[in-house]
Design a protein around this ligand. Structure first.
Ligand code: PMP
Length: 359
């Protein structure tokens, strides 16, 4: 039996996509083989790769002066690749710290840049909001500005795209494809695949052409954006299966009406969940309302000794992976694109009943 899966990542995939994979697994396009068993350089796979890129470009309306790369090493690999591709070793770079994932990006950048300037830090509010842009202490000479539009653990989202006259670099791992996005505002967008794109193993990087000539000589070839762009993201063997599945997810998104309709659907899902949290004295979400994520919804119970019971009963009701990140505890419901409105409705009903019984 399929469950409603609220995992933060690797996360739920659309059922239609899983059925499609199942139906063509043993004999892909009449080849007598699975898609995993053919060369990444074969014409058939190149078609898959190119179609996936084209569909992603269409979904996000990626302007022509951007490259779309399908890389490995996850978003964490890009934490290092970003400074190596964009800044010399003696550079100053600007970072906004809104929580766990921003911090990881900052720590990695500190290994590669002389000065990592944390221009705003949400520490004072317990990482429960986005610091007002007017108060950011920007460097005059930064090579780029990095931020994390959606903090997967804290459930904090930027309700705005920062203004800057340097290259804007954004870790969209947990919110890419959740709603329309104006790509032209960014220098670099990157996202690990395992939430809203497909299986783990891929990291999508969208980079503006004029930023491709800055890489340091020591940048590993597989993370050198210019090199990878020239090689069609195939300087080495890519994770072909993940790429193929990502392509199916892009087609599924298009069939759902694209990102405008997904954004609307995601907003309604999140509203339903926050309504049950805010409407009770039993559940609590600490994030400032205007900065709440529509993808990751952390919440706590008024009586933390009920956490185990909540998770156990939820699992029995077919609602899985609701435990909060190990660093913060409590609960977290990740409600990415593939989590259906029905799944969220089932969670809402369960939470209301649990409160009635134990509140
Ligand atoms: N950034 C964000 C916002 C994330 O949520 C994650 C993973 N949860 C990462 C970076 C790290 O991704 P990866 O494991 O693909 O390196």
């Amino acid at each position: 039996m399929r469950v409603h899966n609220f995992s933060a990542g690797p996360a739920a995939l659309p059922l239609e996509v899983l059925h499609r994979i199942q139906s063509e697994l043993l004999d892909w396009q009449g080849s007598g083989m699975s898609v995993m068993e053919i060369s990444h350089r074969s014409k058939a796979f190149i078609r898959v790769a190119e179609q996936a890129e084209q569909d992603l470009r269409e979904l996000l309306a990626v302007p022509a002066n951007y490259k779309v790369l399908f890389l490995q090493g996850g978003a964490s690999g890009q934490f290092a690749a970003i400074p190596m591709n964009l800044a010399p070793a003696d550079a100053t770079v600007d970072y906004v710290n809104t929580g766990n994932w921003s911090k990881r990006a900052i720590v990695e950048a500190q290994r590669y840049c002389a000065r990592v300037n944390v221009i705003a830090d949400a520490k004072d509010t317990g990482y429960n909001n986005v610091p007002a842009e007017s108060a950011w202490q920007r460097s005059g000479n930064a090579s780029y500005l990095h931020y994390t539009p959606n903090e997967t653990i804290g459930g904090v989202t930027f309700p705005f795209i920062p203004n800057t006259n340097v290259a804007l670099v954004a870790d969209f791992s947990s919110s890419i494809l959740s709603a329309p996005l104006d790509v032209s505002r960014f220098g670099v967008i990157y996202a690990g695949a395992q939430k809203n794109i497909g299986p783990s193993g891929l990291c999508v990087v969208i980079v503006r052409d004029d930023l491709l000539d800055r890489a340091r000589d020591v940048t590993p070839a597989i993370w050198n954006w210019r090199q990878m762009a020239a090689d069609g993201s195939m300087s080495n063997t890519p994770p072909t299966f993940s790429w193929y599945v990502a392509g199916l997810v892009f087609q599924w998104l298009k069939a759902q009406g694209g990102l405008a309709s997904m954004g609307e659907r995601n907003r309604r899902k999140a509203e339903a969940l926050y309504a049950v949290i805010d409407g009770s004295g039993f559940y609590r979400n600490p994030v400032a309302r205007e900065d709440r994520s529509i993808m990751n919804v952390p919440f706590t119970l008024a009586k933390p000794d009920l956490d185990k019971l909540f998770l156990g009963d939820a699992k029995e009701a077919g609602l899985t992976n609701l435990e909060g990140h190990r660093s913060v505890g409590g609960m977290r419901a990740s409600i990415y694109n593939a989590v259906t409105p029905d799944g969220v409705a089932a969670l809402v009903t369960f939470m209301q009943e649990f409160e009635r019984r134990h509140g």
